[in-house]
Design a protein around this ligand. Structure first.
Ligand SMILES: Cc1cc2nc3c(=O)[nH]c(=O)nc-3n(C[C@H](O)[C@H](O)[C@H](O)COP(=O)(O)OP(=O)(O)OC[C@H]3O[C@@H](n4cnc5c(N)ncnc54)[C@H](O)[C@@H]3O)c2cc1C
Length: 318
């Protein structure tokens, strides 16, 4: 008999011999950059491929709600307890390794684990003079999240630098797919946990540059963020994608919504496409501002703003 209130799948999960840390009823506040939301039934810091290969078929077979997160820097977490498994890649998935054999072919290629922080990746490239991905310095996510969201800034996006991606399907099969075989669009990749595909590692191809130029770009991008964005308040970055030929921030600002407050959340006074947590925002406060911005912009401009932010829900693969 399962213990009181403990789902059967959780009892079965605890019997799987994992190297990874498993946490019950873990608060998700520290797993997202808005610093909001309730707990998850279970969070697993997945340490290696072996464990991922055990976990995904188990989740799939038992039809357990699940979600893979990076740093939760583009994620809205609900206020109430989330009833499934959060996969949080860690351990081996933070690797960073220059691929020397590929260097001889002329390119500067680096293998990066999905859990490696974007900022760490950008910083590691500086002394080597490997350029192009300096834009990652201002994106507080992981390499896996950057690929899943095709994150970009300052005229470049992650897909521009991808050579190949290693990922796992829900049956636990590991794939290595060349970039050309994967569909990428503006803030979209078909490799995303939402579609039952977990990115584990990527080979990124960088440009030969010099450390001084790269460092200069990094400082320029950091200065831009400090001047234009509410960098010292919890947020998820841009809430909406920019519609073709326009800017979501301009549309929201011109709709008179800059500074609008709902509960503990506010449409940033600095950048209208950011919603910030003033200290005690709930997920509902943020969702309410998202709906207000969307409805008001539609009323004024007949443009339906598409959220860039992902909502924590069950991944749809079944
Ligand atoms: C201050 C601030 C500034 C930002 N600036 C930018 C910017 O300039 N440009 C930009 O594009 N974004 C920006 N963002 C948004 C965000 O940082 C990016 O979308 C980032 O790539 C998300 O990475 P993450 O690891 O935090 O992913 P999460 O937020 O944890 O997840 C986002 C999505 O990716 C999926 N995912 C994560 N890891 C994996 C994986 N290993 N395999 C499969 N799917 C996965 C999740 O399931 C989810 O659907 C900003 C955010 C903040 C807070």
């Amino acid at each position: 008999m399962p213990g009181e209130g403990i789902p059967q799948w959780l009892e079965d999960l605890e019997k799987i011999p994992l190297d990874s840390r498993l946490r019950r009823k873990a608060s998700l506040k520290r797993f997202n950059t808005w610093r909001i939301g309730g707990a998850a039934e279970c969070v697993i810091d997945v340490k290696n491929l072996k464990d991922l290969r055990l976990l995904l078929p188990f989740i799939h077979k038992n039809q357990i709600p699940w979600f893979v997160i990076g740093k939760g820097s583009n994620l809205l977490v609900p206020d109430k307890t989330w009833p499934g498994i959060i996969l949080h890649l860690s351990g081996d998935f933070k690797c960073w390794e220059p691929l020397e054999e590929k260097f001889n072919s002329g390119g500067k290629k680096v293998s990066a684990g999905a859990a490696l922080a974007d900022v760490t990746f950008a910083q590691k490239c500086v002394p080597h003079g490997w350029g192009g991905m300096e834009f990652l310095i201002g994106i507080p996510g992981t390499i896996g999240g950057a690929i899943a969201m095709n994150a970009g800034a300052h005229g470049a996006e992650t897909a521009d630098f991808i050579d190949e991606i290693e990922w796992m399907d829900m049956e636990g099969n590991l794939h290595c797919t060349a970039k050309d075989e994967i569909e990428f669009r503006y803030r979209y990749s078909e490799l995303n946990g939402n579609y039952g595909r977990i990115i584990t590692r990527a080979v990124l191809s960088l440009n030969e540059s010099d450390p001084k130029t790269i460092q200069k770009n990094i400082l320029k991008y950091q200065k831009f963020r400090k001047e234009k964005q509410p960098y010292n308040q919890p947020s998820c970055g841009s809430v909406f994608k920019n519609p073709t030929g326009d800017h979501a921030a301009r549309l929201i600002e011109n709709s008179g919504l800059k500074g609008k407050i709902k509960g503990g959340a506010q449409i940033s006074t600095k950048q209208a496409n950011f919603i910030v947590n003033l200290g005690n925002a709930s997920s509902d406060d943020i969702m309410s501002l998202i709906n207000t911005a969307r409805e008001t912009v539609f009323k004024n401009y007949s443009i339906d703003l598409m959220p860039e932010v992902q909502i924590l829900q069950s991944s749809i693969y079944s």
